[in-house]
Design a protein around this ligand. Structure first.
Ligand code: GLY
Length: 351
């Protein structure tokens, strides 16, 4: 078991290990001064591990209620957000009670935003069950719902009280969803850690899950400690995302987030090489690792299509988008790029 302390506007621990779900009750109790834990989960995850969590919370003396919704990004909307708020109000949850998010990024983001706003803020615990949510979305307090105009357009920075990453949850994860999380793990290597990158390149999918997840959480912790509210250093976590979000949006979300980000990294690295920023060896290494994990190195969408999606991205600031561009593995820069130069930058990376 590995424990990582996150210093932020609320300090908390991320615990990475096995068997955590069945021991969750004792870990959650300290954050519940009342006696009710409200679990929020999607129907798929609830069917797989809801009863284990419920039994553990009850064994620790908590009264348990739960709310489930259909799995998938489409559920991360205003309607479900309001339904959950009404469910909590109907059950008279107080600020002394606790919410528990059991699931992947959709569940964590949605529950976190409910927690940030119900009674102006109630404690919540993240129990991520996908690789992607363990290494990224469950840590750092970004909570959100999607609006018809785009992803994550309404939300809040609101830190959890505890994050439990149970390795056992990964055993039921379909391979393509596991691979999706690998895209984000590779991203951490490219951004900050050549040793992690080399380990993934050597070991492929058979990497030591607990060690690699804990390392990614540590790296994210460092970023959140430096820039909780995303005004500088945290923006580097968007490596591959500006173009990746374009690929996701153009595909109407049939291309997964991890795959889109992986391809986005390859495109930005090739564009970076043409701009004299990224070394040729770095482009080759990124291509090699993406091929090892079965990610496409390019997309069929045009620079105009990707540019159009980038314009509606919330990472845009006035007339500029902060692109994240690798120089070497483990060393990336923020490149403020005027909108009028963005399409040609993307075009250079597609070639
Ligand atoms: N997922 C990017 C961030 O937490 O900043």
């Amino acid at each position: 078991m590995t424990i990582i302390d996150v210093p932020a506007s609320r300090n908390y621990q991320v615990i990475v290990g096995s068997g955590l779900l069945s021991q969750a009750g004792n870990q959650v109790v300290p954050f519940c001064k009342g006696n009710t834990a409200a679990i929020v989960s999607d129907e798929t995850v609830w069917g797989l591990c809801g009863s284990t969590l419920e039994a553990s919370l009850k064994a620790a003396g908590l009264h348990v209620i739960y709310y489930t919704f259909p799995a998938g990004e489409a559920s991360k909307n205003g309607e479900n957000y309001l339904k959950i708020l009404n469910f909590l109000a109907k059950n008279k949850l107080t600020r002394s009670d606790v919410l528990v998010a059991l699931g992947g990024g959709v569940t964590g983001d949605l529950t976190g935003f409910v927690a940030a706003t119900y009674l102006r803020g109630i404690a919540y615990v993240q129990i991520p069950t996908s690789l992607l949510s363990m290494v990224d979305s469950s840590v750092g307090g970004k909570t959100a719902i999607d609006l018809p105009a785009g992803k994550n357009l309404a939300g809040a920075f609101y830190q959890p009280s505890l994050v439990l990453c149970d390795m056992d949850a990964l055993s039921t994860l379909p391979q393509e969803i596991f691979r999706d999380g690998c895209g984000e793990i590779i991203k951490y290597g490219v951004l900050y850690d050549k040793a992690l990158f080399d380990k993934l390149l050597t070991e492929g999918f058979s990497f030591d899950r607990e060690a690699v997840i804990a390392r990614c959480v540590e790296l994210k912790r460092n970023v959140v400690a430096e820039d909780e509210f995303d005004t500088g250093a945290r923006q580097k976590l968007n490596l591959g995302h500006t173009i990746g979000h374009g690929i996701e949006a153009q595909s109407h979300f049939t291309v997964s987030h991890g795959e889109a980000v992986a391809t986005g990294m390859a495109i930005v690295a090739r564009a970076g090489e043409k701009a004299g920023i990224t070394s040729g060896d770095t482009v080759c290494a990124i291509h090699e690792i993406l091929e090892k994990f079965g990610f496409p190195l390019n997309t069929g969408y045009s620079s105009h299509q990707l540019f159009t999606s980038a314009l509606s991205d919330k990472k845009r600031s006035g007339g500029t988008v902060n692109l994240v561009v690798p120089r070497e593995i483990g060393d990336c820069i923020l490149l403020p790029t005027p909108i009028e130069q963005l399409q040609s930058f993307i075009e250079a990376g597609l070639a």
